[in-house]
Ligand binder design. Structure first.
Ligand SMILES: Nc1nc2c(ncn2[C@@H]2O[C@H](COP(=O)(O)OP(=O)(O)OP(=O)(O)O)[C@@H](O)[C@H]2O)c(=O)[nH]1
Ligand SMILES: [Mg+2]
Length: 280
């Protein structure tokens, strides 16, 4: 199944970002640490790749720490990489230092001239935490943050420090995901709305993945038995979870829709533990 998704505002945002590039000294690309491959927008990268760049794998608190370490090593040749939990109390200093490091490196390499103020573009697919990063940098809420894609609609500049300005930008996707798992990862983590795929496909993909790689997490969260997990039918597991949570329809059947929503919501909130959906 091919997932396609490119609403008008993303095309417009891509144009706006191209227009502001002349004012931008460096780019921080924000990806979701649970899907560092799928949350990279190859089209947008073509637009900004001539700029000094740093890479932030955000929501690291939700990702599997061992796999995140593999990703940091794998991505090191591409450039400076930071594993980040934006809500951590040290995040403000960590991000500021990282931004300054990226700039200092570019200046040392003569890719950037010394200036009193540097302008940094915060870029990434929807819902990866770009605006949350801005709020953390400011120390209070200045940008709207919500756990759904498409919250920021227009690029906005924020002064972060006497020497730094950051441009928050709307999350941008590319028109077509060549690989099925890319769309799945983006939908599971909330970078695209679920209705672009069928919810049954999505939950089956997540359950199959968890059963294969994080079966203990599934078992513990929902008090599942070995027998519950001993099936290749993902919907049977969803049904077992619905039964445990007593999600029943009037006729006494299990409410699979509610069970699906519960699992997705709990996964996104990190209640199944720290799970990475991709390995390098
Ligand atoms: N657990 C966790 N959640 C985070 C982190 N950073 C951001 N979030 C949450 O992720 C959700 C999306 O954050 P936003 O800042 O609105 O994301 P965005 O990239 O600006 O999204 P768009 O404006 O739609 O492109 C919110 O619920 C944030 O609280 C993080 O490091 N860890
Ligand atoms: Mg935003």
């Amino acid at each position: 199944m091919t997932i396609q998704w490119f609403p008008g505002h993303m095309a417009k945002s891509t144009r706006l970002i191209k227009e502001t590039l002349t004012q931008v000294d460096a780019v921080l690309e924000i990806r979701d640490a649970r899907i560092p491959f799928s949350s990279h927008n190859p089209l947008l990268y073509e637009v900004v790749k001539h700029k000094p760049m740093g890479l932030i794998l955000n929501k690291a608190d939700l990702a599997d720490p061992a796999i995140s370490q593999l990703w940091t090593s794998a991505l090191a040749p591409i450039g400076k990489t930071l594993l980040l939990n934006t809500h951590h109390k040290t995040a403000r200093t960590t991000i500021t230092n990282f931004g300054r490091e990226v700039i200092a490196h570019a200046v040392a390499q003569k890719k950037l001239r010394k200036r009193p103020i540097y302008n940094i573009l915060i870029l990434g697919v929807p819902n990866v935490g770009k605006s949350a990063i801005i709020n953390t940098l400011k120390g209070h809420v200045v940008a709207k943050v919500e756990n759904r894609p498409g919250v920021t609609r227009t690029p906005t500049w924020f002064t972060i420090a006497p020497d730094l300005r950051c441009l928050d930008s709307p999350g941008i996707l590319w028109p077509k995901f060549e690989q099925n798992n890319v769309g799945m990862g983006l939908a599971i983590t909330g970078a695209i709305k679920e209705h672009v795929t069928t919810i049954e496909h999505l939950i089956a993909y997540l359950i199959d993945y968890l059963r294969e790689h994080y079966s203990d997490a599934l078992r513990q969260r929902y008090a599942l038995t070995d027998a519950d997990l001993d099936t290749t039918d993902a919907m049977a597991i969803v049904s077992a979870i619905g039964k445990k949570r007593q999600m029943l329809l009037k006729e006494g059947e299990i409410d699979l829709d509610r069970a699906t929503q519960l699992i997705l919501k709990e996964f996104r909130a990190g209640l199944l533990g720290r799970v990475s959906l991709e390995k390098p």
